[in-house]
Design a protein around this ligand. Structure first.
Ligand code: BGC
Length: 975
């Protein structure tokens, strides 16, 4: 969430330009033309108290700007040379960009653009689904009593830092609708004290455990409610993981739409079971951080992710479908453009796919400052703008707020669109039971996102003097959630290699084993080790470093890695480092522990160090990344490569060669935001075990110790592929680090072939395939039984008629008086209000609408209910398989089902195999259980771009291969 104030002067101009140059479908007439309006009055009874400057916790990074200024205005001395150089470089860059622009433009004349977003209007109204019918009835009663200003209040955030949460709407007091408090994020309550830092999404994905996914969501929501939050800004299923180095992949659950969909939906159910509104984000294709939004990267526009219709359906939009089916209350549209139309102004995406085809009944909120036009976004299906400001942080110049009031009064935003926006938000509130004042008392959150002090102001984003009030009550909401956090961390740890080493015991090795080992080493080296078992722990990633919260938003890589950085991170209440847990748990009467907690492999140089004596070395290394507003070393959000950071590879190689003079056993532990290359050391003979612990959150060390000592049998599986090189992921797997035009264009030309689909199609041997994970026991499969449930038919049943009617309201444009500042309200500067100073000159008129606006689109045959056509969710076939633990110890197994489509005469390109089922079952030694996979029509279909529907193959058998990973499929059945 960076704020580049240096760019703000330009922002306004560029916004105007962008409206006129935008694609027709979004170039709606904008009522935001008067962006200079600065007179905003109190939007509700926020009593402006005494002055207090906003806390520094989220201040813009003005460092770069200052350097620029001094550079630009210094004409004498050494700096002037630097200035000329910098200016020349900028000049060259712009010339290059312009030239590329011309080239791209010319090319575009020759070939049609990749991916299209045709206009889709008007916005389908909410209220068609039986599952939401009661909430819509209640909402319509309330909304029909709201004034224009109240309606606008519900749709528009109050501005950046104009409340205690990261996003706050304003209330409709007289009808009893409260402010909504919105807070990040996917792994815990951001900016809050006394909360749980759960493991990140990627670790949750690696558990492949639906119950844990649900339980983590539920615990997260309990904390949100007890902190006074209404809407959680998570879970995250986009980015999907097209590019393994993508900066925010770790917030989601893995590089496969099915896995993301199941995990996202389970998390949504968990969160919403506690009455908290979940937000599935980011819709859609925010696959990389570079150029994700205007100006953050120096360019006036965000990158355009260009995606074809089929890929959009089968990959990127797929998990959002699961979340909608699970009843998610809110969807956050993303920063980037999709097919050259901003995701939050893209009528095809929001109106067409999300609201018609997927039948989404909740509300769409913008990512923070992802809105770039006022009327255009309203018509395209946006329902709530966050944080409410206009084109710059805390500028108070909302594109909605007063401008939405104006647009409704002059008819450029149809009143029925505003009514639908508000009804969707209010219905979501009823749907989650938030009208229950006992559970949701209408109070401010009991913590402030902007200060750690007990007292502060309610709207620190405003320069207006305000009264100091208690803003942090330090309420401890952790309960026993550390248990879930630890379970997820342990079950999300993937055992990649184990050559008869793990688990170890707290005594190191029992006496017999220890003697035997020492005999072998003595025979080989002539030296005999005596006394305690000697263990070394290596690497900065094993230790606490400067503490988990040393850097703002966790935006640096130091100490052990518990999460990535950005809005998806939290303030750790504590972080149990691996070394802390191991120190406690090794039996000191039997084990002598040595620690080398940095990454400078200076040990062992003289050939006589302690390292030479070590019998077991546990070496830790990591790779970090995060949201694009922060940068650490050469990681600007996205990683520059897939290598371990902080010299991690060299450290491992050095430890392997030095540990016991090369005779010691080595365990490598990796904490990472995604795949890392392991080629430098994975085949080294004494590297006998490798654990990939993902991002484990606060319980890191405890969870790891459980696995190392065998209290928990590892059952994590990779939620992505680990390739041998970045190139192995194909051209589509590469982040676009340098802009290829003024509006960077990224064609998703690999289509469906990301991650394992790419490796399978091109027959590339991964180092560790998607779904891979070892156990301390072994499993076998037997007895596949395929039980058809329904007849195969090419298309789903007809789209059903709506189960309910959306509410209807008076279509009379409200009185202008409703939008004028009430004189009794005292205003806070920069706070976003719904009011106008006056309504002079506002006339209902004929305004230019986007191309295609007056053309009603046919409703999608894939739609008809929440989640789409219900037939898509019907089970068409059940596959049962027996799984047996035929090894020595108890453990959990993850049977995975991959579907192979029938060979077909149809000219459809089909992936070799796609994940379509998984489960996790615990088995004692010798125990057998039957696992059941339900396959829905959607699971068995591909998106037919001509029919614009999900199509099944009716000829030839579907094959279901079952096993322990995408490449270890030992048994199969067919239908
Ligand atoms: C992120 C969102 C987040 C929002 C509010 C944005 O920068 O992209 O994921 O929810 O900020 O903090």
């Amino acid at each position: 969430m960076a704020r580049d104030e240096s760019a703000q002067g330009l922002l306004k101009e560029s916004a105007r330009r962008s409206h006129s140059s935008d694609r027709g479908d979004n170039a709606a007439f904008d009522s935001d033309s008067d962006l200079d309006a600065t007179d905003y009055i109190d939007r509700e009874a926020v009593r402006p108290p005494t002055r207090r400057s906003p806390t520094a916790s989220f201040e813009p990074n003005t460092k770069g700007r200052k350097r620029w200024c001094s550079c630009l205005f210094t004409t004498l001395g050494r700096r002037s040379k630097c200035c000329i150089g910098v200016l020349a470089a900028i000049g060259i860059l712009w010339v290059l960009l312009a030239a590329t622009g011309v080239f791209v433009y010319k090319k575009a004349q020759e070939e049609p653009p990749y991916g299209q977003s045709p206009p889709w209007y008007p916005t389908p109204k909410g209220g068609i689904a039986a599952s939401w019918a009661d909430s819509y009835v209640k909402a319509s009663r309330m909304v029909s009593k709201m004034t224009l200003a109240e309606k606008v209040n519900v749709t528009t955030g109050t501005g950046w830092q104009m409340g205690l949460a990261v996003g706050t709407t304003a209330p409709a007091i007289y009808v009893g609708f409260p402010q909504l408090q919105l807070q990040d994020g996917p792994l815990g309550i951001r900016f809050a004290d006394n909360i749980t830092a759960f493991p990140a999404g990627i670790t949750v994905g690696a558990t492949w455990n639906r119950q844990l996914m649900y339980a983590r969501g539920k615990a997260h929501a309990i904390e949100a409610r007890e902190k006074g939050i209404n809407v959680l800004l998570g879970p995250c299923v986009g980015p999907l993981g097209r590019m393994p180095a993508g900066g925010r992949n770790w917030e989601g659950f893995g590089a496969d739409p099915y896995l993301q969909g199941i995990a996202g939906a389970a998390t949504v159910r968990g969160i919403q079971s506690e009455g908290i509104m979940a937000t599935i984000k980011h819709f859609v294709a925010n696959e990389q951080e570079h150029f994700r939004q205007p100006w953050e990267w120096g360019l006036p526009h965000a990158i355009s992710a260009n995606i074809d219709d089929r890929t959009l359906h089968e990959l990127y939009a797929w998990p959002f479908g699961d979340a909608v089916k699970a009843g998610v209350a809110s969807v956050m549209c993303s920063y980037n453009q999709v097919n050259n139309s901003y995701a939050c102004a893209n009528s095809k995406l929001l109106n067409g796919i999300l609201k018609d085809e997927l039948g989404f009944q909740g509300f769409v909120m913008s990512d923070w400052l992802a809105q770039h036009s006022g009327v255009g976004t309203a018509l395209a299906g946006l329902d709530m703008t966050m944080p409410g400001d206009g084109l710059g942080w805390a500028d108070g110049k909302s594109l909605w707020g007063p401008e939405l009031s104006r647009a409704v009064l002059n008819g450029s935003v149809p009143l029925e669109r505003l009514n639908d926006m508000v009804t969707r938000i209010v219905a979501a509130w009823y749907q989650l039971g938030q009208d229950d004042e006992k559970k949701f008392p209408r109070k401010q959150p009991n913590f402030s996102s902007w200060t750690d002090e007990e007292k502060g102001v309610l709207a620190p984003g405003s320069p207006t003097e305000q009264e100091q009030v208690v803003v942090n009550q330090f309420v401890n909401v952790q309960a026993n959630h550390s248990v879930i956090a630890r379970e997820v961390a342990a079950e999300g740890t993937v055992l990649l290699k184990n050559e008869d080493l793990l688990p170890i015991s707290r005594q190191g090795l029992n006496d017999g084993k220890l003697r035997a080992r020492r005999d072998i080493v003595e025979r080989a080296t002539g030296k005999r080790s005596e006394g305690k078992f000697k263990v070394g722990i290596f690497g900065e990633d094993a230790g606490p470093g400067d503490g988990p919260n040393a850097c703002k938003d966790r935006g640096c890589n130091q100490g052990t890695l518990g999460s990535g950085w950005g809005s998806g991170a939290v303030e750790f209440p504590y972080l149990v480092s691996p070394v802390e847990a191991l120190r406690k748990q090794f039996d000191k009467s039997k084990v002598e522990l040595s620690e080398f907690l940095d990454n400078k492999p200076s040990f062992g140089k003289d050939g006589s160090s302690v390292v030479d004596e070590l019998e077991l070395c546990i070496v830790f290394a990591n790779a970090d990344a995060g949201e694009g507003f922060a940068k650490w070393a050469d990681v600007r959000g996205d990683r520059p490569n897939l290598r371990l950071q902080n010299n991690g590879d060299d450290l491992i190689v050095k430890v392997a060669s030095s540990c016991g003079g090369g005779t010691g056993d080595v365990i490598v532990v990796i904490h990472a935001v995604g795949p890392v290359l392991v080629e430098d050391w994975i085949d080294t003979p004494n590297v006998r075990a490798v654990l990939f612990a993902n991002l484990p959150g606060q319980e890191s060390g405890n969870a790891l110790a459980e696995i190392l000592f065998g209290d928990t049998n590892p059952s994590g599986h990779l939620p992505f592929t680990i390739g041998r090189t970045l190139e192995d992921y194909g051209p589509g797997g590469k982040v676009l680090y340098l802009p290829n035009g003024v509006v960077p264009q990224q064609d998703f030309k690999e289509g469906l072939y990301i991650d394992y689909r790419h490796f399978d199609k091109y027959n590339i041997e991964p180092r560790f395939e998607f779904g891979f994970g070892l156990s301390y026991t072994t499993f076998e499969f037997d007895n596949v039984v395929v039980i058809p449930q329904r007849r195969k038919t090419r298309f789903p049943m007809r789209r059903p008629n709506p189960a309910a009617e959306p509410p209807s309201y008076s279509s009379d444009i409200p009185s202008k008086a409703e939008a004028v500042f009430p004189p009794e309200i005292r205003q806070l500067d920069k706070y976003v209000y719904p009011y106008l100073d006056n309504t002079d000159g506002i006339e209902v008129g004929q305004y230019p609408y986007p191309d295609g606006y007056d053309q009603q689109q046919p409703l999608s045959e894939a739609g008809g209910d929440e989640g789409g056509n219900p037939d898509l969710w019907a089970n068409y076939v059940v596959v049962n398989v027996d799984v047996i633990n035929n090894g020595p110890v108890a453990g959990a197994v993850v049977p995975q089902l991959y579907l192979q489509y029938p060979e077909t005469d149809l000219e459809v390109d089909l992936p070799v195999r796609v994940l379509r089922g998984f489960d996790k079952v615990f088995l004692k030694p010798g125990e057998k259980k039957t696992v059941k996979f339900n396959l829905t029509r959607r699971d068995l279909s591909y998106w037919d771009v001509v029919a614009q529907n999900w199509a099944m193959m009716t000829e030839g058998p579907y094959k279901f291969s079952i096993g322990l990973s995408s490449r270890d499929l030992s048994i199969s059945g067919a239908w």
